[in-house]
Ligand binder design. Structure first.
Ligand SMILES: C[S@@+](CC[C@H](N)C(=O)[O-])C[C@H]1O[C@@H](n2cnc3c(N)ncnc32)[C@H](O)[C@@H]1O
Length: 516
């Protein structure tokens, strides 16, 4: 790019006329292509010019950035010419570069990468990259990396607008409070779910309806919306590196919550999780689970994954409030599993321990229910103790009635396994795509195996991207999923279908292996 052209590009950039800048750069490319036909390369002059430009461009202005990109273009040009005239045969480019510019090879390759991207990307992508010019070349390069990663992504699944009505899998798209009403009484073997947490994530458009008159004949909603300004970004991972998380700032419509009432019957509608108080949130969850109870067989259990929320530097005790409210509503609180998350994102607070767990609550409806404890067995710590499988006394103090003085090894089987304990250490599973709290498959597996018989039906009323359905499919159970977001429901469908098509998608249930 000539200095004059560079100046004009720079001027255009400053007035933020990116379209014009892109046109200018393209025009320059074609001019350069014509020049190439007539003017042979003089390598010594070429190297001297690149070096002079490199020397001159040492600041972080937009002008320098464009200058670096132009150097990248010159090199791309030289590479192409070398291929054509045989002066730099295929595979010889990097050695050539190392020989001519021994101290700047990596930088030059980066300039080429950006120049190549700008030559091939569409106008919108070019604009997204060029707006970083004023932050320096490195910022532009980062954006190019990010654009390249995005373009490699698998096409996004289409939103699911109609339900999926398969024999083994049903995906009902809509508000679970409404869709649950379509499920017959006592038809579900077990429920595994993770509702939205209190004031944690916004699921755009997810509205839950409570109360009112079912015969209202079409609600007349008086709805308000609120932009949660503190909720500024979303984290995204890429398929190539699912652990890499990119933060992107959200448009207002993705951080807007809604709430309101039907003017006719008083039904309430809200973004579940964004109620004014944790008490209201818990009361709403209890209403959802009351509907869940109706569809659950009396022998079925409900597993709920939930975590707490900080507000004004204190925990709101949402999980504890939920347990008490559920007990008050008649559920039997059967177990409390601590889900230890070894890879949980660290917290920066220095005045309290960093949280690395969430809660899994097990609720039943009556003392006897369907439960396969064997599916959960785990290797015992005292697995090699010769007393395993026996009850033993010590110091002659054993009182057979009270159990005092007894050391029971009876619960350890000959195979060295014992009943599953209540602290489970399971890492969060990275998901390539929007990162918004899917449950790990490894967490769903034991819940499903223990509580849903083979061939039975599991329900997840807050299905998200369908982890419950995915595991159910793999472990030969049927699944009914309810998800209000058409986008997430589409992702769930794609995930489950993708897996179903894999060879050996239905695998044998895992067995507890006796530890060595
Ligand atoms: C924590 S995520 C569930 C993630 C899920 N367990 C998974 O593994 O993908 C909660 C989900 O509930 C959905 N949701 C919120 N309100 C809903 C409603 N009224 N009915 C159905 N789904 C709802 C949200 O869109 C979100 O996908």
């Amino acid at each position: 790019m000539s200095t004059r052209l560079l100046d004009s590009a720079h001027r255009l950039y400053r007035v933020a006329d990116l379209d014009a800048l892109v046109k200018q750069l393209s025009r320059h490319n074609s001019t350069r292509a014509n020049l190439r036909l007539v003017k042979p390369f003089d390598d010594a002059a070429f190297v001297a010019e690149v070096e002079a430009r490199l020397k001159a461009l040492d600041d972080r202005t937009a002008r320098s950035t464009l200058g670096y990109i132009e150097i990248g273009r010159m090199l791309l040009d030289r590479k192409e010419r070398g291929k054509q005239d045989g002066s730099i045969p295929h595979g010889e480019w990097v050695p050539w570069l190392k020989k001519k510019f021994p101290k700047a090879v990596q930088r030059l390759q980066e300039y080429m990468r950006v120049a190549k991207f700008l030559d091939t990307a569409d106008t919108e992508a070019k604009n997204r990259v060029l707006v970083f010019c004023h932050q320096g070349f490195h910022a532009v390069l980062q954006q190019v990396h990010s654009e390249e990663r995005l373009s490699k992504r698998k096409p996004k699944p289409a939103p699911l607008l109609d339900d999926v009505e398969g024999e083994k899998l049903r995906i009902l798209v809509g508000d679970c409070m409404l869709r649950l009403k379509e499920i017959p009484d006592a038809s579900i073997d077990c429920v595994i779910t993770s509702p939205p947490y209190y004031r944690t994530l916004i699921y755009p458009g997810a509205i839950t309806t409570f109360g009112g008159d079912p015969g209202c004949g079409g609600h007349d909603w008086d709805m308000r919306s609120k932009v949660i300004t503190a909720y500024g970004h979303r984290s995204t991972a890429s398929p190539e590196n699912p652990y890499f998380v990119r933060r992107e700032f959200l448009p207002d419509e993705e951080k807007t919550i809604q709430f309101g009432r039907c003017k006719k019957c008083g039904a309430e509608s809200c973004s579940l999780g964004w109620e004014d108080s944790p008490q209201e949130f818990v009361a709403h969850l209890v209403q959802v689970f009351a509907e869940v109870k109706r569809v659950l067989k009396p022998t079925g259990v409900l597993w709920v994954n939930i975590a707490d929320t900080f507000s004004d530097k204190e925990l709101l005790a949402v999980p504890e409030r939920l347990v008490i409210a559920m007990k008050d509503a008649g559920w039997l609180f059967r177990s409390h599993v601590i889900w230890h998350i070894p890879n949980r994102t660290p917290e920066s607070a220095k005045d309290r321990p960093c949280r690395d767990h969430e809660h899994i609550f097990m609720f039943g409806q009556r003392p006897n229910y369907w439960f396969d404890a064997d599916s959960l067995r785990e290797p015992a710590i005292s697995k090699d103790d010769p007393r395993r499988g026996k009850r033993v006394t010590y110091n002659g103090k054993y009182d057979g009635n009270s159990g005092f003085g007894q050391q029971s090894f009876a619960a350890i089987r000959e195979d060295g396994s014992r009943n599953r304990r209540t602290v489970w250490s399971i890492p969060k599973q990275p998901f390539p795509g929007e990162h918004y709290a899917p449950m790990p498959e490894k967490l769903v597996e034991p819940l499903l195996l223990s509580s849903c018989p083979k061939g039975g039906v599991v329900l997840d009323p807050f299905a998200g991207i369908g982890t419950t359905g995915l595991v159910a499919n793999r472990l030969n159970r049927n699944a009914v999923l309810i998800e209000t977001s058409a986008k997430y429901a589409g992702m769930a469908k794609q995930r489950i279908e993708g897996r179903a098509n894999e060879e050996n998608a239905i695998i044998e249930e895992p067995t507890v292996e006796a530890a060595e």
